[in-house]
Ligand binder design. Structure first.
Ligand SMILES: NC(=O)c1ccc[n+]([C@@H]2O[C@H](COP(=O)([O-])OP(=O)(O)OC[C@H]3O[C@@H](n4cnc5c(N)ncnc54)[C@H](OP(=O)(O)O)[C@@H]3O)[C@@H](O)[C@H]2O)c1
Length: 266
């Protein structure tokens, strides 16, 4: 896949991994961008940073936990342009005891991490098939979709859905002029992991720019499922053979300790 001069849509581009995807797509690959998130000011700052590099950048705001916004964002992203690619990256977690997650916040997470991505993938695959530009989509999932993560129970459930849905759809797209890559990184240094609760886990977090580079490489190579970084790949491989009870026990005690150290009570 060659992104130069093509239009790529990036969700969750106001921060973290999404901002890095947008930067690298523009600066390293010469792509034009439609960038989306809720915070317009952050998107406009990114547009001002990237347009002097010789690419076009269009900002579209929307709250992807709201179905009407999702439909409007898709419409605005595709209005008057044929997308070659899309990086569906926006997502949110709840790190803590599951019973501390308010029900409405769970529903928002489900809509953001799952429903909006299925909606966008469905519409954008149809758009890309119709225009036959030969590009592709990337669904940003997580390693937590491969192994259930205690204290991020709902989040890892949403990512397990994405891994399953995305890799299955990738196979359905075999022979069509559009590919789908599920990108499943481990922990990354972003706003998502910047809080006190993650403070004892920061040594395990990869830089966002390194992770974004690995994601774009996988998307360009049309890999169906990509886990970046040797240690993550080793972890994903090992998890298939180590007894689940043991592996999950290790994860649970690491995260329980991180929560306790940051002052979170049962
Ligand atoms: N950080 C990690 O350790 C890690 C590990 C594996 C996978 N991931 C995945 O990587 C992706 C990016 O995460 P990140 O770490 O870069 O997170 P982040 O720093 O918190 O950034 C999240 C992005 O999503 C946007 N977003 C959040 N809620 C939204 C909503 N309701 N509507 C529209 N946009 C929304 C945010 O923009 P606004 O706030 O401006 O809306 C922001 O641009 C996520 O899918 C995440 O699950 C992260």
């Amino acid at each position: 896949m060659d992104f130069r001069g093509k239009w790529i849509f990036v969700t969750g581009a106001s921060a973290g991994l999404g901002r890095e995807f947008a930067r690298q797509l523009a600066v390293d690959h010469g792509a034009n961008l439609v960038i989306s998130a809720r915070r317009l000011q952050k998107l406009e700052e990114l547009k001002a940073e990237l347009e002097p590099k010789g690419v076009q950048v269009v900002c579209v705001t929307g709250d992807m936990s709201k179905p009407d916004d999702v439909d409007r964002v898709i419409k605005e992203a595709t209005a008057g342009r044929h997308l070659y690619g899309a990086v569906l990256n926006a997502g949110a977690t709840h790190f803590g005891h599951h019973h501390h997650l308010p029900w409405d916040d769970f529903l928002s997470m489900l809509q953001l991490n799952v429903t909006s991505n299925v909606r966008m993938a469905t519409e954008l695959v149809a758009h890309m098939k119709a225009h036959r530009l030969g590009g592709g989509l990337m669904l940003v999932s997580s390693m937590s979709g491969m192994m259930p993560v205690p204290y991020q129970s709902a989040y890892s459930g949403t990512k397990a859905f994405l891994n399953s849905f995305g890799t299955a759809l990738a196979h359905e797209l075999e022979g069509h002029p559009v590919s789908l890559t599920v990108f499943a990184p481990g922990g990354i240094q972003t706003e998502m992991t910047a809080g006190e609760k993650f403070s004892t886990l920061t040594k395990w977090l990869a830089p966002a720019d390194v992770t974004a580079r690995a994601g774009l490489r996988a998307m360009r190579k049309r890999e169906r499922l990509a886990v970046p970084g040797f240690l993550n790949q080793l972890g994903a491989f090992t998890f298939r053979f180590v007894p689940r009870r043991f592996a999950m026990g290790q994860l649970a005690s690491t995260y329980r300790k991180a929560l306790l150290d940051s002052g979170v009570k049962e």
